[in-house]
Design a protein around this ligand. Structure first.
Ligand code: ATP
Ligand code: SF4
Ligand code: MG
Length: 342
């Protein structure tokens, strides 16, 4: 079995149990070409999202989370990056060889994205109602349908995302709304295209804790009622714990541990994830233990396991060879354990 096939064996095993995934990404590699040199932002990432499932992507700044998500929307700059993927299914469509015109049809209809800052998705000079109606019209056009009463649908969408006094809100402008309410509007606009897949990049980072909890509950509820899939990026492991069924932990452009949230948070195996969990405040701990060392320099990655300069369990092989995923864990300790038990 070649390495690429081995790397995907776990996701494949998961896939074989269920049918028609919304996302099936296999062996994504993205290298940006910058004046300072090549940046290997994503190095062989594979992911699966099923209908009705919430999958979380975590990892420290610069590890490749957003780039991975952007690849699922065809949003990577083709002139500045080399992108390769063995296969890519998004919203049930095989997009491996999609051209920009095909991505445009997919974006905003069957796939929608929610970003950290709602103002990036909203036009400050147009009323909420006008923007929502435009999204409804666009969605209808792409689904080859006509919406008879756009005002009624816009109102219904705002109510669906929990906005009180929706009729008045339709006449207001983005700056008249709170951050949490703006994010609800963005989610309503995403729903206007009747998506089967929602991609969210740090959707609650800019919000206070109470509003964050409300938006997370809303997303959770929508996934259930609309039977969508949700792939969400978050720095915050508590967000992932609250919302997700499965998660993938990224480090230096690779998935280093993947599995159910219960397994990973209850029994983390990769030293990086163990470190992340130790750095979280708990009721018992008064001092936090940050992971030592510096995040990797993406222009000059360490040889072997990219985490080895910071790993307190590193062995000699770790600096020499990149471990592959063994039972969902990219670590030589896991490979050794498996070899001993075989
Ligand atoms: N358009 C681009 N051109 C050049 N390099 C890029 C570009 N976009 C991302 N990168 C680089 O690719 C790497 C991964 O970036 P990415 O935005 O995916 O990180 P991230 O995990 O989302 O981080 P954060 O948590 O800070 O959002 C980083 O080193 C980043 O500098
Ligand atoms: S492969 Fe080695 S250096 Fe990397 S996380 Fe595992 S033990 Fe640590
Ligand atoms: Mg990001």
């Amino acid at each position: 079995m070649n390495t690429a096939i081995k790397e995907h064996a776990l996701e494949q095993r998961y896939l074989s149990k269920r049918e028609s995934p919304l996302v099936k990404l296999e062996n994504l590699q993205v290298t940006f070409h910058t004046f300072a040199g090549p940046v290997p932002a994503v190095r062989g990432v594979s992911l699966v999202v099923q209908p009705g499932e919430v999958v979380g992507l975590v990892g420290e700044s610069g590890c490749g989370k957003s780039v991975t998500l952007q690849s699922l929307m065809g949003l990577l700059p083709a002139d500045r990056a080399t992108v390769s993927v063995d296969s890519l299914t998004v919203a049930g469509e095989n997009c491996t060889k999609y051209k920009e015109s095909q991505w445009r049809v997919l974006r905003g209809t069957t796939v929608a994205m929610v970003f950290q800052d709602p103002m990036t998705a909203l036009n400050p000079i147009l009323s909420i109602g006008r923007q929502l109606k435009e999204a409804i019209r666009l969605g209808a056009k792409r689904h080859n349908t006509v919406v008879a009463n756009e005002d009624a649908v816009a109102l219904e969408l705002l109510q669906k995302v929990g906005i009180a006094d929706a009729a008045r809100r339709l006449t207001q402008y983005p700056h008249e709304l709170s951050g949490g309410m703006r994010q609800r509007v963005v989610i309503a606009m995403a729903l206007a295209g009747r998506p089967t897949l929602l991609l969210a990049d740090e959707p609650t980072t800019a919000l206070d804790v109470t509003t964050e909890a409300q938006i997370l509950l809303l997303l959770q509820d929508l996934v259930k009622t609309e039977h969508m899939g949700l792939l969400i990026i978050s720095h915050n492991l508590r967000v992932i714990a609250q919302l997700c069924d499965r998660m993938a932990v990224m480090y230096a452009g690779q998935v280093v541990e993947t599995g159910t949230v219960a397994d990973l948070l209850g029994n983390p195996k990769h030293p990086y994830l163990q470190g992340l969990l130790r750095s979280l405040p708990t009721k018992e701990t008064t001092t936090l233990q940050a992971i030592g060392g510096q995040p990797p320099d993406m222009f000059s990655l360490p040889t072997g396991c990219a985490f080895h300069p910071r790993c307190n369990q590193a062995m000699r092989i770790c600096a020499r060879e990149i471990p592959s995923l063994t039972d969902g864990v990219r670590c030589w300790l896991q490979a050794e354990k498996k070899a001993v038990n075989v």
